[in-house]
Design a protein around this ligand. Structure first.
Ligand code: ADP
Ligand code: MG
Length: 724
């Protein structure tokens, strides 16, 4: 392989790299949750009454008795110090998709100058980071910097161990001095409470006497790419934006479909085992790993957990993937579309609701038509997804996800719902007002005598639906790989809460008119299907016909880009939904729009500026050097009378010119300012700046096919995707 100096160096480093020493894998039982301050650890070291009090708070969500905080803090500190920690951090999730933490020592200096370690309850329960540098969408100005973190008792504290030492991490919520939520956790906890209240009301109406708190569960499948750090470090675009802004497709991409579930390369498997071991120590139940569709793409999925814990854990998984990749000489890319023309990465959020008394309320059982509880909850979700589909679209709207949604092999930007043939049939019977039966499980005979006959599921899977029922849960597949799962979970819990309240009111109304419970349910569900059945679509969500039918016949919104989808957050019925459910006040919701719009604007501006600087300082010099080589050769040959082809020279010259023309246009457009609103600015970026960036890319990628390989400055797709 040729390549310029930096690429040759990178390849040399990779092929001569010492393999990571394989440490003997530890037994799960030995390492599971060793770095977590679990209930059982609390039980060991806390007085009985105090343990009982905290356990009750964790399990029922009741307010913590503040008098017990000192004792818990003391026990937590002693445990943390025994694990080598001398600092603690209140960890919270600001409106960026990042994790924020401020570290403080346990040290306390006494009046005589001596130092002791101290951690009173008030420091555990509340912190006060200077929060003015976190995006808050106009809730606070910088001179009003006060923000508070408050301990989220329902998510366990843990030790984060890095090479630099260990820190006790305390999950918290983050609120302003005036009490507004400045983070992603607070609305999540509120949405769970709203859903619990509404679900309990419905279950009681349906005759349940004993109803434990209802929570939502989440299991998020995380897709990611691994690229060797030597290559990534030579690509300013990967370093600054997480995606390649240029790059000619590799001759071999994913067309052979040979990567999905293929054998995991050894270096990657060692990395995965390292990640999993770290996750197990943190009590995070990593369960599934495999190659994904694209070369260099992989997936990790933990076993599902309560939504609030799963959200913290999901954030820790992303941190661990990035951190561990570094140790293994990789860069872990969580961007939704790191490579053009190659599958992007999503995060499939599996979501269900249930409790310890009624179980999973989305489990249809073998005869869903006779399972009233399931039908009511599923019906509530049908109504919610239809009524608030545009909200579901807006909570997955990011500049990265714009490259993925609606493109090949990714969920469409039109939100629809897949139920599978059995449930579609059941709900169709409901619409007809004549619910009788459920088609039953089939059997599959594989035709080989030694193999058992397999039971088949009553419904197939559908990979093209953004919101699909998968047996006992819904899978929201449009979520971006880099996103926090909090936003999508908040939206799903809130629309379900709203729909369940609506159901409860309707059922009560029917029953007040004298209908029995089953007749009331039949009437209400029939109404749901008549008003909202248009959201159900079992066919191919990628097809042109669906896009046409969805928009023209079913009147479903097709919000193609973030610029189209984010303003949904400003619509009156969305504001009313969040306000009524007590999840976000109008001020809090408006601040989210402002923040997410700003993030979109900033990230596209960074990309556009980088396009300009990479062309000017990397691509243009390579192209002109090559041009000068060609021109000199041509001149010398002419002198000695040899006829020489001119096509390459002319092609490189014209591509270089069109590249620089496109760059000039992009620069001129970027200089525009004075937009009347963030909406207008977003539309401009989406409809003017992005196409101009694409225009530059066309010339750059064409030049990559022409310019001598030893002059090309950027690691190629082929190198990044295939050399490990
Ligand atoms: P797939 O076949 O869709 O790729 P995976 O096994 O990769 O499935 O991941 C499925 C995810 O769904 C896992 O995180 C799993 O724990 C989670 N899951 C399973 N059942 C439920 C449920 N009832 N509620 C929420 N999540 C669930
Ligand atoms: Mg999977």
């Amino acid at each position: 392989m040729s390549g310029n100096e930096s690429r040759i160096q990178a390849i040399y480093q990779i092929t001569n790299r010492e393999p990571m020493p394989k440490t003997a894998s530890k037994r799960l039982e030995e390492i599971w949750a060793t770095d977590v301050f679990t209930l059982s650890k609390m039980q060991e070291c806390l007085p009985k009454t105090i343990f009982k009090s905290i356990k009750k708070t964790i399990q029922t969500g009741e307010v913590l008795d503040s008098s017990v905080a000192d004792a818990i803090a003391l026990a937590m500190k002693d445990w943390a110090i025994s694990k080598g920690a001398s600092y603690y951090a209140h960890v919270f999730y600001p409106l960026t998709n990042a994790t924020a933490e401020k570290h403080d020592g346990f040290i306390s200096v006494q009046s005589d100058g001596s130092a002791i370690s101290e951690f009173p309850g008030k420091l555990l329960v509340q912190g006060e980071p200077d929060g003015s540098s976190f995006p808050n969408g106009g809730i606070r100005s910088t001179f009003e910097a006060r923000g508070y973190t408050a301990w989220d008792v329902t998510s366990p504290a843990y030790i984060m161990e890095t090479d630099n030492g260990s820190t006790l991490c305390i999950p918290t919520v983050f609120v302003s001095w005036t009490g507004e939520a400045l983070d992603k956790k607070t609305p999540l906890l509120r949405s769970i409470a709203a859903m619990n209240k509404a679900a309990t009301k419905v279950l009681k109406l349906m005759g349940e006497k004993d109803v434990a708190p209802v929570n939502s569960s989440c299991g998020a499948e995380q897709e990611y790419f691994l690229v060797d750090a030597n290559f990534a470090n030579a690509r300013p675009d990967l370093l600054l934006t997480g995606r390649t802004l240029f790059g000619k497709p590799s001759a071999k991409g994913q067309q052979f479909d040979d990567h999905y579930f293929g054998a995991i390369p050894e270096r990657v498997q060692v990395f995965m085992q390292d990640v999993e071991e770290r996750l197990y120590r943190l009590g995070i139940p990593a369960k599934t790993r495999h190659n994904e569709v694209a070369p260099g793409q992989f997936e990790i999925a933990p076993f599902f957990e309560a939504a609030n814990v799963a959200t913290d854990h999901q954030q820790m998984i992303m941190t661990m993937l990035r951190f561990t990749a570094k140790k293994h000489g990789f860069v872990c890319l969580l961007h939704e579309k790191p490579f053009a023309g190659i599958n992007g990465s999503g995060k499939h959020v599996n979501w269900s609701v249930g409790n310890s008394t009624q179980g999973n309320l989305l489990d249809p059982g073998d005869t869903p038509h006779a399972n009233a509880q399931f039908l009511v909850f599923c019906g509530a979700i049908i109504r919610g997804v239809h009524k608030y589909g545009s909200l579901l679209r807006s909570v997955v709207a990011t500049s990265g996800n714009d490259h993925r949604l609606g493109a090949n092999e990714a969920p469409p930007a039109i939100i629809s719902m897949y139920l599978g043939s059995q449930l579609e049939d059941v709900f169709e019977q409901i619409r007809q007002g004549d619910l009788k039966s459920s088609s039953s499980k089939g059997q599959m005979n594989i035709g080989v005598d030694t193999l058992p006959i397999l039971p088949t599921d009553p419904g197939d899977r559908n990979r093209t639906s953004p919101f699909a029922f998968t047996g006992n849960r819904f899978e929201f597949r449009a979520v971006g790989s880099n996103q926090s799962v909090a936003g999508p979970l908040v939206a799903m819990n809130t629309i379900l809460a709203d729909s369940l309240n609506w159901m409860a009111e309707k059922l009560e109304g029917e029953m007040a008119k004298g209908a029995g419970l089953n007749a009331a349910i039949a009437t209400v569900l029939k109404e749901v299907m008549e008003l909202h059945g248009a959201i159900i679509f079992n066919g191919n969500g990628y097809s042109e016909e669906w896009h046409k039918m969805a928009v023209e016949e079913r009147r479903l919104p097709n919000l193609r880009t973030t610029a189209d989808a984010l303003p949904v957050l400003k619509e009156a019925h969305i504001e009313e939904l969040f306000n009524k459910m007590g999840v976000l006040t109008p001020v809090e919701l408006a601040s989210r729009f402002e923040t997410y719009a700003e993030q979109y604007i900033l990230s596209i501006e960074v990309e556009a500026k980088l396009v300009i600087s990479m062309v000017k300082t990397l691509v243009y010099p390579a192209a002109t050097r090559y041009l000068s080589d060609l021109a000199n050769t041509s001149l010398s040959l002419k002198e000695i009378g040899v006829d020489f082809e001119k096509e390459s020279l002319e092609k490189v010259a014209s591509l270089t010119k069109s590249m620089m023309d496109s760059v000039s246009k992009l620069m001129a457009a970027l200089a525009s300012h004075d937009f009347a609103s963030p909406e207008e600015h977003m539309q401009f970026l989406s409809h003017t700046i992005r196409p101009l960036m694409d225009g530059v890319r066309v010339s750059v990628d064409a030049l990559e096919s022409e310019v001598a390989d030893d002059l090309w400055p950027l690691p190629t797709y082929q190198e990044m995707l295939f050399i490990k």
